[in-house]
Every structure is written in C-alpha cells, then in structure tokens.
Design a protein around this ligand. Structure first.
Ligand code: UDP
Length: 472
C-alpha cells in the first residue's frame, strides 16, 4: 500500500521582499480555492534574508513551507548594476540549487506546477524539464506586461543601439496613449548590446512561452489593456489582484508610527516612502527635507541614507543611521510637524490609518495597489525599473496622482516639493483625487468579492491546476 503523495506547487519568487510579499498572499488565495494543495517556496538569495523577510516566512500557514536556497555564487558586479539584471542573475546562478530542490520535491510530493516571479523566468525551463505547468507571477500591472510581451517584436524592428535614436514614443497594445521612450522600464533605455537590455529581453521572450501569466491587477484598474491581452494570441492572462498583505510586520518602528498617527487629525498626514529599498541622492534628500518642512503639512517619512544609486538598499538593508543625513536643525524645526523613522514602517497599517491623507511614493506596484486599496491619493516620484510607467498610469489614465517637476539637474527643488504636497493635501484638486481613489478602492473590493472579476480569474486558474491534480 503506497500512501498517496500530497499535491504540491513550487513557487520561486524574484529576489527581494517586495516580490515575495504578493507571491505569498497569492499562494494563500490559491490554497483557499484548493484545500488539497501544498505550496513550497524555493527562495533564491544573495546573503542571508533580511529581518523583514524572515518575519514574513515565519508566519506562513501550515499548508505552506519554504526552503532558502544556498547563496547564489555571484561574480563581482558593478554597483551601478540595474536591479532587474541583478535579480535575474541571482536566479540564474541559483538554477543548480533549484534543480536539486525540485528533484527532492518530486520524490516526496506530487509536484504539479511551478510559479515563478518575473525575474525568475529562467525557472520556466526547469518546469518544462520536470514536466510541470509553468506560470509566471507578474507582480506589476497589465500595462507593463503588455509592453513586455510586445518588446520582442519591437526589438526586431530596430537595428539602432538605443530605441531613443529612432523613436520618441512607443504604443503599448491596449493603451490609448503611447508612452514616451524615456518613461519605459530602465533596462530598455540601455544600449541594446548591454547585458541589462539583453537580460530584460530574455525575460520578455520567456513570458510568451509559459502556460499562463498571473497578474496582480484588476479589471477596473486597467480594463482596456487586460481585455486586449486576453483577446490576443499569447499566454493566458489571469488578473487576480489586488493582492496585498493584510498586515505588515509591526516589529520595526511599528508602535512608534501608529501612536504618532493616532494623535493626528483625519487625512492630515502625508506618508513618504520609497519602497523596500529606494534611495535618493544627497542633494535630493536635502531638498525633500526642506520641501516637507516648507509645505507646513504633517508628514511621516520613512528615511534611508542617501546613495547615488536609486535601488541601493534593495537586496541588503542599510546599517547606518540615516537620520544623520538630515539638514542641520531639521528635527528641532519640524518637531510636532513630522515623524521621521529610519528604513522601515508598517506601510499597510500606515496607509490604512485615518490620519493619512496622501502618499508620496516611488510608485512600486505594491505601494501603488496598497494606496488604491486604501483610497489614498498620491505624489508620484518614480525612481527605477518600471516605476515611471506606473506613475503615468496613475497621473494620466487614473488621475489619482500628481507628479513633481524635475529641474535641469534632475532634482525636485524644495519649492516644488511643497507645491505638490499642497496640491494633494489641500483644496479641490486633492479632494477630486481622493474621490477617484475611493472609487478605485471600491472597485478593488468588488473585484475580490465572491463573483468579482479577480475571483473568477483565480477560480479559472485553479480549475486548470485541478485538471492536473487528477492526472487528466
Ligand atoms: N514596505 C513596508 N514598509 C516600508 C517600505 C516598504 O511595509 O517601510 C512594503 C510595502 O508595503 C510594499 C513593499 O514593501 O508591500 C514595497 O513594494 P513596492 O512594489 O512598492 O516597491 P519595491 O520595494 O519593489 O521598490
């Protein structure tokens, strides 16, 4: 008598906490649909996981577990390397460990599918080797996905080293307005012969080979693009969002932030945060500090030490005291006006707090969705990756954000900081944006309700997986 093996799905996140978070939440939803499933996370790493990552992994429910893969062996890389390129390289160099882990999973479980983050697409080839269903989890919007799926064709149409040599705008299938080339994801702005570009193109090419792409978005957020993707030839697209954490880890600066917010009046505080690892230059940091002060509005600022490279704290946290970099006397002058916390805040709880009236954000997709779910209007301050495209969706299509003007030396000056803060926190324009955000927030809740669009997409996916459960 052989005991039947447990049905299992392996999930390989792209490196970095902000990619793990939505994948974990998605796994929870999937397991709710299909109680017989077990999920194992196989986590590629560079160095030991950060405290926030460990905190997240240690709260997985009983039908999920994780294996932290041995540290990827990495060549010496320039500090300027693009975040996406580095992520992909970490995964590529973890493939032998992944192979081992999958071998052991297939011997212990009935392994059905591999779900991988967007920069873990190299895992697709392993999935096929092990005869598994292969799904990409796209932790960003459908608009960027549509751009990515169209990039291989666009690539073939040009022989120039830079796209910008030839064209100024790019049409994305399903979008009414074309995007400026300068606003495309950072890797696409590099020379086409560079590793950065080639690695990004490779991700985009692999995307059209998978059994399905699970996208963290919802119908009412990007209706035209989603419909276009679903009607086109190409991978099956499952818009199952917005999937966000229900609560963040409150271990870091948690009670300090919440107690401070409890003492502020409704909608009066601007939350300022650049994601899990975004950093500003020293000059920019200075201008932001003076600008917040000048605006006269209350602020809660998650601050990091400045760095030349915008994603510098992405894979490994900072171990310096960032507060040392603030202008002289800043604390004294803003006492009562603002709270500055180093490196991390419980963003979900913060955005859900009634005192928050606006969010100055780098427009990472998770932050974007979290702001949408909580109906908080935004100041869009994109830094890297696909954030400029996210910002444009928020500003031009959805009209729920304002974008500060950057001067000729690439800096947002203090007066402009104060100006955008006022636009969001005061007056008619701010009220309109908040109203539209609230409508989106309602639409998000509807998408996730029993017969909502995202739930239907999720149950469609679950049905596909179930077919393989019974060996059909
Ligand atoms: N986050 C947080 N506290 C912080 C900074 C970030 O809880 O101080 C969380 C945030 O809620 C979001 C994620 O980290 O879920 C950041 O993801 P996003 O896609 O916005 O940006 P990225 O980190 O990829 O640049």
């Amino acid at each position: 008598y052989i005991m039947e093996k447990k049905a299992c799905i392996a999930m390989v996140p792209s490196p970095g906490l902000s990619h793990l978070i939505p994948l974990v939440e998605f796994a929870k939803e999937l397991v709710l649909q299909n109680h017989n499933l077990h999920v194992t996370f196989l986590i590629p790493t560079l160095g030991s996981p950060t405290p926030s990552t460990k905190a997240l992994l240690n709260t997985l429910p009983p039908n999920m577990d994780f294996t932290i893969l041995p540290q990827a062996n990495m060549p010496d890389l320039p500090e300027s390397i693009e975040t996406a390129t580095k992520m992909k390289l970490i995964v590529k160099n973890s493939i032998p460990f992944l192979h081992e882990a999958l071998k052991s999973l297939t011997s212990q479980t009935h392994l059905i599918a591999l779900v991988f983050g967007i920069f873990s697409t190299d895992a697709h080839y392993l999935a096929k080797q092990f005869n598994l269903l292969s799904y990409a989890f796209y932790a960003s919007g459908a608009t960027i996905l549509s751009f990515c799926l169209s990039l291989p064709k666009l690539d073939k149409t040009t022989s120039n080293e830079f796209f910008s040599d030839l064209i100024k705008t790019v049409s994305v299938p399903g979008c009414v307005n074309p995007f400026q080339v300068k606003d495309l994801p950072t890797p696409v702005l590099r020379e086409r012969s560079s590793e950065t570009y080639k690695s990004f193109l490779d991700v985009c090419q692999t995307l059209s080979l998978v059994d399905g792409v699970i996208v963290n978005t919802f119908m009412d957020l990007e209706p035209n693009v989603i419909r276009t993707l679903q009607e086109k030839d190409g991978p099956c697209v499952y818009p199952i969002g917005p999937i966000i954490q229900t609560k963040s880890s409150r271990e870091i600066n948690g009670s300090m932030c919440m107690t401070w917010l409890d003492n502020q009046s409704p909608n009066s505080v601007l939350f300022v945060s650049f994601g899990s690892g975004g950093t500003l230059s020293h000059d920019q940091l200075n201008e932001l500090a003076f600008g917040l002060e000048l605006s006269g509005h209350k602020f809660l600022w998650v601050m990091r030490a400045p760095n030349k490279f915008a994603g510098s704290a992405y894979f490994i946290g900072q171990n310096v005291d960032p507060l040392e970099y603030l202008p002289n006397g800043f604390f004294d002058r803003t006492k009562g006006q603002g709270l500055v916390v180093p490196s991390w805040a419980p963003q979900i709880e913060v955005l859900g707090h009634k005192s928050i009236g606006g969010f100055l954000s780098h427009c990472g997709w998770n932050s974007t969705l979290e702001s949408v779910v909580n109906g908080v209007p935004m100041i869009a301050w994109p830094l890297f990756g696909e954030q400029r495209m996210n910002a444009i969706i928020l500003i031009d299509e959805l009209k729920v954000a304002v974008r500060p003007i950057v001067d000729e030396s690439d800096i947002v000056k203090r007066e402009e900081v104060a100006n955008v803060v006022k636009r969001v926190m005061e007056g008619e324009e701010g009220l309109e944006m908040r109203k539209r955000m609230q409508e989106l927030s309602d639409a998000a809740a509807a998408a996730l309700s029993e017969h909502g669009s995202s739930m239907r997409a999720l149950s469609g996916l679950s049905t596909e997986i179930a077919k393989h459960l019974s060996g059909m």
